[in-house]
Every structure is written in C-alpha cells, then in structure tokens.
Design a protein around this ligand. Structure first.
Ligand SMILES: *Cc1c(COP(=O)(O)O)cnc(C)c1O
Length: 369
C-alpha cells in the first residue's frame, strides 16, 4: 500500500499543450517550462509526452535540469533560464543546451568558452530580477564583438502580468520594444523574441507573445486569476495532477479529546477521525493545521489539529464507512467535491505554484491515461 501518491494524466497534459497551441496559433513557438521537475509532475515524462505531441522547445532553470532531460532522451531544444555557466566548460556544447544569458559579463564568459553556442539574452525591463539593464548600444557592442556565441533570442519576464489595475506590464513591454528596436538599428535582429508565460498567454497580452511563449502553469492545468479589469481567459486548461493519501488509522473519540501536537483541536462532541499517511514532509502545508480539508468518501473532510511531519488528522464524521487502507483525495475530484491546487493553496495562504513544487520526492508518481 502506498502512503501518498500523485496521479498525472498524460491526456490532460497533451490537451493543455494543445490548448496553448490553439491560443497562440501556428506561428508562435512554444517553449514548455518544465523547470523544478515540471512543477513536480516529473520533467522527464512530461517532456516525453509533450515532445510526442510536437513540442520542439523546453525551458528549465538549471544546466543540471537540462542535462537530466538529455539523459532521459529528450532531443528538442532546451533553454536554461536561470543558471551560471556550468563549471564544466564543455557541458553546454556536449548536451546542446541553450543558455539564457543575463548580463554582459556573463556573455563575455560564454564567448571565452570559444565554442559555437546559441544563446538567448535576457533583458531586465523592470522586474529587477535576472537580465541586463544595459543600453541597446552597450548590448550591440557586446553582441557583435562575439565570434563564437550567437544571439538567437531576446527575452524578458513580466512581474505583474495578471494585474490589470497597474501599468507595469505595458511599461515593461515598452522597455523591451525600445531595446529590441535599438538593436535592430544596429543590425541585430535575432530569430526569437519572448516575454510571455501562462498569464500573458491566457489573458491575451499579444504584445508579449512575439514569436515564442513560455508556458509552465498552463501545461499543468492552471491559470492564476487576474486582478483589475482583465479580459476573459482565452485559454481553457484542466489540472493534470491528482494527489491521494491512504488512511492509516481510524478512531472514535469522546467529546473533549485533544487532537495532535499542541492540542490545537478539541473534539466538541464524540467524533470519528482518520489519520492520513501524509504530512508536511510530503508537501501538505503546515499552515493547513486546523484549517483546510481533503475529500473523503466523496465529502469534504476538515483537517483537524496540527499537520505533522508524516501524518495529518481529518474528520471522518461525514464518511464513517472509511477504513484503514482507503484513500482520500487532497487534490482532485471525488463525487460532487473537487479541490484543486489553487483552492488548497488559498486556504494555506500560499500560491498554487508553491504548493505543487512542494509535493515531495517521497510522494510516488503514477502516470495514467
Ligand atoms: C517559470 C517561468 C515561466 C513560466 O511561468 P508560468 O507562469 O508557469 O507559465 C516563464 N518564464 C520564466 C522566465 C520563468 O521563470
């Protein structure tokens, strides 16, 4: 019996990719973001599924993640978005990785490798995270002085793509345009420009799409809600991951019984509880202690008391027939009840991205149709 496991639907991953493809049309390249082990959906298998459905580009955070994809047999292009150059100078070339270069110093380092490597240059257009803030003139001088490193793309990242109440995205796009236009005047016009993740795709910020987009969350079936006066989402995706846990023990408690660490919950009346074989070491946020719920026997079952490292207690009053060995749903659907990662994250005071990435390695992964 497994303690806790996730089931990932191959057909939903493929359908979500197809939805992005339909939304952006055939002339926009899609770099599927499979960093952080594909938001815990499993980078190797997700990339195989997407490649089988036509994906030609993947984006990861580190060279290590890129090398793991190569070792899993992925032949598509791989963009490494957030790393130093590998300490092994031959690694980029050997594994055919395409670095996102985020400063002109880093570009000089890449050139010093004296290898024929394509790179995408990241521009900081106002997020103040990765990317160069150099002027078009400085960038043009650095790019044209390279003999070996070849500029293939210009990219940036939006800080507030979902926020339609403030102009930050327009300001960032204008800054991106200014540098791209400045570079064009110096005869620099690389094949790709890209600025859009899931949110800018979903809410139709076409000025950010250019000719490549970088969806992650949407591939897994999520689109964050927008703020302000946003257009309706033009993308419809479905969560691909279900998360289940086994009941280890069931017990009947008298009124007044104290449950778990710190006695955070005291039974107001006689009640039946279940002890789940999953806790915060599996990725259930500790902040769900005495709040939030799972789905047990097709009914919502509140979490009782503190979430502990390996165990979580739930109220089985509404599902008294459940017994040890039965499974409950943390994320997914049962009967008329459903809970997705966004709903669970909201109750935990976090975001769906963080919740998904926190599902730990000891939670078994199963791929289903
Ligand atoms: C993670 C990431 C993405 C994907 O973002 P989603 O919101 O998951 O689509 C795109 N671009 C960059 C630079 C990222 O770091």
């Amino acid at each position: 019996m497994k303690r806790s496991w996730i089931e990932i639907s191959r057909s939903r991953i493929a359908a979500n990719y197809a939805a992005v493809r339909d939304a952006v049309g055939p002339n926009v390249e899609i770099a599927c973001v499979v960093k952080a082990d594909a938001y815990r959906h499993g980078a190797a298998e997700i990339s195989r599924i997407l490649a089988a459905h036509g994906a030609r580009w993947f984006a990861v955070s580190s060279a290590e993640e890129g090398i793991a994809l190569r070792q899993a047999g992925i032949a598509a292009r791989i963009l490494v978005m957030a790393d130093m150059l590998p300490s092994d100078p031959g690694a980029l070339h050997e594994f055919q990785l395409t670095p996102a270069i985020h400063s002109l110093d880093q570009l000089r380092e890449l050139e010093e490798l004296a290898q024929p490597i394509a790179y995408h240059l990241k521009l900081d257009t106002g997020m103040a995270r990765l990317g160069t803030r150099a002027s078009a003139e400085e960038i043009a001088a650095a790019v044209t002085s390279c003999q070996h490193a070849r500029l293939e793309g210009l990219m940036t990242h939006l800080a507030s793509a979902a926020d339609y109440s403030r102009p930050q995205s327009q300001e960032q796009i204008a800054a991106f345009d200014a540098v791209c236009d400045g570079l064009r005047r110096h005869g620099i016009n690389p094949p790709f420009q890209h600025a859009a993740g899931t949110i800018a795709i979903a809410y139709g910020r076409r000025e950010a799409w250019r000719n490549m987009v970088r969806p992650g969350h949407a591939i897994y079936g999520y689109i964050s809600p927008a703020r302000g006066n946003a257009p309706p989402s033009l993308l419809h995706v479905v969560p691909a991951l279900r998360w289940l846990a086994s009941i280890l023990a069931v017990k009947d408690l008298p009124a007044g019984a104290k449950i778990g660490y710190g006695a955070m919950f005291k039974a107001p009346a006689p009640m039946r509880i279940g002890i789940l074989a999953a806790g915060y070491a599996d990725g259930i946020p500790h902040s769900l202690s005495a709040r939030g719920h799972v789905i047990a026997g097709g009914e919502f079952a509140p979490i009782l008391g503190a979430v502990s490292m390996d165990l979580t207690s739930i109220d089985l009053t509404a599902a008294p027939h459940l017994k040890p060995g039965d499974a409950v749903t943390l994320i997914g659907e049962e009967g008329d009840c459903r809970q997705d990662a966004q709903q669970m994250a909201r109750e935990a005071g976090t975001i769906s991205y963080s919740l998904l990435c926190s599902i730990s390695a000891r939670v078994h992964r199963v791929y289903v149709e």
